[in-house]
Design a protein around this ligand. Structure first.
Ligand code: GDP
Ligand code: ZN
Length: 457
């Protein structure tokens, strides 16, 4: 079945002066030719060429815009279909006009993510690569985009494929044992073999899953709140972090939340600073902890930066709060180190939290804070170049199921359950791993995934 030719506005990542209308499908060139006036008809130009000309409304003969048109013929294209890209410098109005003309002359409006979906359906990329592209578009920092990038390049895919291959080999070996028994107690020997191999597979899946927590932080940001009494330096810290690091503003549809958030990139870790409006506007955050919303922000926080004033003695209120924060990831920031000491820092030690000392006005100690954050969440350091990070929720979920099913196999083997029952668990593991890279995925799931893409990708 031939898919319809689709069209949409596809502006490059980051805003640029150039806007693109992109067509993909069997009629892409024909549709473009109805609108394009240039030296040659587009159907006669070589593939992968850029052609200068004008877009003209064929009904009125009115010239809409001066354009450069790229013609790329299947299969060496992003979607593996014929692609025509109409590049123009015009504003929103012009680009919309061109889009409408393509729709009027035979193209269908592309759904969000449909270009990438076609690349997938036409076999150019696998599902984990497609999701990598999606994450790349949304990624908040350079480190996060490296994870997405790796995934796009198929790193996860390669790893999963080799795991699946191992499982197939185990299953094949089991078949051989059963078909050509060399010894009497073949069933027993096979169970022992299965146990040994299944344990190895389980370990590999577990290792992969361990990276998921770090991967998720890199992708979505670390939920962080700054708390402390009035006047200790919370706003100063927030502003310092924002100025010191690139503030990352998100304007991606669907990420808008009720609570105001701001992203800052701390040594490659995106901190999602929650409820910063409160910190900016009012200076009574401790009192506001009584407010439902702030309490929620605090209880959802993965990292709590608790700021204390070096020039004040520790109060009972401080002690109570520190008591209540037990078990959470907290960094105590003793601030205003440039002023006269009143605080007994030793009193903070029993609470067991990391303590850093800063003078935000003088800019000292903030490096320590940033290092502390990294150590707290990335025990093995943050090394993107030699590990495969899993950062996508759907992958994590599937890998958890796969781990459970291989674990079932291990348990079954230990209990001397018949070999064919253990085989079922292995097959299931193999299938679940396959779903990560898009084997056996239902159409519905595919549609749901690609609907999350930005329009024009
Ligand atoms: P917040 O109420 O916790 O948000 O505190 P602010 O950030 O508004 O700071 C309160 C006051 O303390 C301001 O006048 C800041 O300039 C000052 N301040 C913040 N950090 C330091 C510091 O490290 N040293 C000194 N000397 N003053 C600071
Ligand atoms: Zn403040």
């Amino acid at each position: 079945m031939q898919l319809e030719t689709i069209s949409s506005i596809s502006t490059p990542i980051g805003e640029g002066a150039i806007a693109i209308v992109r067509l993909s499908g069997i009629d892409a060139v024909e549709i473009a030719d109805k609108l394009y006036r240039g030296k040659n008809k587009l159907k006669d130009v070589d593939s992968h060429t850029i052609n200068y000309g004008h877009i003209v409304d064929p009904e009125t003969n009115e010239t809409v815009e001066e354009v450069m048109v790229a013609v790329m013929r299947a299969p060496r294209t992003y979607t593996r279909e014929d692609i025509v890209e109409i590049n123009c410098h015009g504003g929103v109005h012009t680009i919309n006009h061109i889009l409408r003309l393509t729709l009027k002359h035979g193209a269908e409006m592309a759904e969000p993510g449909e270009f990438t979906k076609r690349a997938f359906l036409n076999g150019r990329i696998d599902l984990s690569q497609a999701e990598g592209i999606m994450d790349f578009i949304r990624s908040k920092t350079d480190e996060a985009s490296k994870v997405a990038n790796q995934q796009m390049q198929g790193r996860l895919k390669t790893y999963i494929e080799s795991l699946r291959q191992e499982i197939l080999e185990i299953l094949a070996q089991v078949e051989v044992n059963i078909d050509y028994p060399e010894y009497d107690d073949v069933e027993e020997a096979t169970t022992a073999f299965l146990l040994e191999e299944a344990v190895k597979i389980e370990e590999k899946i577990a290792t992969l899953l361990k990276t998921s927590k770090e991967g998720r932080i890199l992708r979505e940001g670390l939920n962080t709140v700054i708390v402390g009494k009035p006047n200790v330096g919370k706003s100063s810290l927030l502003n310092y972090l924002i100025q010191d690091n690139r503030a990352i503003v998100t304007d991606i549809a669907g990420t808008t939340r009720d609570i105001l958030e701001e992203y800052v990139n701390v040594n490659g870790i995106p901190l999602k600073l929650v409820d910063t409006a409160g910190i900016r506007e009012t200076d009574d955050v401790v009192e506001r902890i009584g407010v439902e919303r702030s309490r929620e922000a605090l209880s959802n926080a993965e990292l709590i930066l608790y700021v204390i004033d070096y020039t004040q003695e520790l109060t009972d209120e401080d002690r109570e709060i520190l008591e209540n924060l037990q078990g959470r990831k907290v960094i105590i920031i003793v601030n205003k180190l440039d002023l006269t000491q009143k605080l007994n820092v030793d009193e903070l030690i029993p609470y067991g939290f990391n303590i850093v000392q800063t003078s935000i006005t003088e800019g000292t100690g903030v490096d320590d804070l940033e290092e502390n954050i990294r150590d707290l969440f990335f025990s093995g350091g943050l090394n993107m170049s030699d590990s495969t990070y899993v950062s996508n929720n759907r992958h994590i979920h599937l890998l958890e199921s796969a781990k459970q099913s291989i674990h079932d196999a291990v348990e079954a083997a230990k209990l001397d359950i018949p070999v064919d029952m253990i085989q079922i668990d292995l097959v299931k593991t193999w299938q679940l791993l396959g779903e990560v890279i898009g084997q056996d995925v239902s159409e519905e799931l595919i549609d749901q995934l690609f609907a999350q893409f930005c329009l024009g990708k």
